[in-house]
Design a protein around this ligand. Sequence first.
Ligand code: MG
Length: 426
Amino acid sequence: MDENKIKGMLWGLIVGDAFGSPIQFSGKDDHPWITEMVACPVFGLPAGHWTDDGSMAMCVMDSVVRTGGYDLKDVGNTFVKWLFEGYLSSVDGRSFDVGGATYGSVSSIRRGNLVNGHEDSQGNGSIMRFAPSYLLARALKRPEVIHEVSDLTHASRAVRNTCDELAAVLDEHLAGKRTTRGPGVELARSDVPNSGWCVETLTAALWAFNTTETFADGLVAAVNLGGNSDSIGAVYGQIAGAYYGFDAIPTRWVRAVKTWKRVDALIDRFCGVLAQNSGCGDGKEERGTKRTEKTMIGAIVGDIAGSRFEFHNRKTKDFSLLVSRGEEERCCHFTDDTVMTLAVAQAIIDWRTNGSGDMADLSAAAVSRMQEFGRRFPRAGYGGHFAHWICAEDPQPYNSWGNGAAMRVSACGWAGRTLDEVKTLV
Ligand SMILES: [Mg+2]
């Protein structure tokens, strides 16, 4: 899948929500015309705060990242954590802008129910958070995931049908075809709906997309419909982001989102898990969970199996791979290869969490973690120069031709989503 379009869909949702929130609940023409990310008088918040739309989408992404795939119960429990503890809310410690149906359904999830709502549950509460579940269903090739995640809060035929319609639009956009679904210029702005009914929210978002030519122009048209403007913005953002791509979203709007680096890091990690779960995909993504995990495990097992032969050469294949203490004269143990492999893996995790994307930050994280891990395991068998490097106040490269770099890089294969990204990380 095209990562620019995927990232555009996810960031489009969050930007659209934060962009539209300041004028939600207003009539179509009784609000200031919004053209930039502005403060939200509705909730008394500075510019850039996402609401329930963004939080619930992040809950799905967070669950996928933590579980490494799809766990419906965990998605539901993450919604519970958001509603009652403010997890992934843009305001510390509390959720806000919660619709009545969502409140009731998430309360029901807390009691263990994973299908909530009824035929009258036709609000836009599941399409506003749609993109992560859609992308997960696509990666897993399990279309039922879309309805299952939607049914957590809005189990009705109307919402499922609207999810299917939105999925069809996103399918077209990921395939590079501009959708023709929904109304266009033939529908006058005065007649475009702006309610929280799922069907009308999708109609409004499609009208904004169909009557404009850029992500920015469409978002301005969408949210200024007023009414349920944050969710109209969030649905528009998914549709337009999937077509125009992340690069088309004005950078100043992305960076106006509160803690945007953290949001970007979550999206990045979510995309990584999607790539793992979709296997080789279109050929660009060359990692699958099992194979890449084995890359690191292989490095560690190789280190441990070979440890007892270091400086004790043995030219035969007739030996036990792993030997415990007391079984033979020399037993197996982990050495500097394993310690530094794990240090590099931790450094990559630190860097991804930090979210800067700057390779200099990855280098700094690697130096810090390699010194930390090296000092924690001082007798792992380091070479002389490297042992001094671990303890140095100002560690510098010392032009070694040894194999110390190659032995520790397997985590790059685990973390990189494409061959080019693996090469960059190495
Ligand atoms: Mg909202």
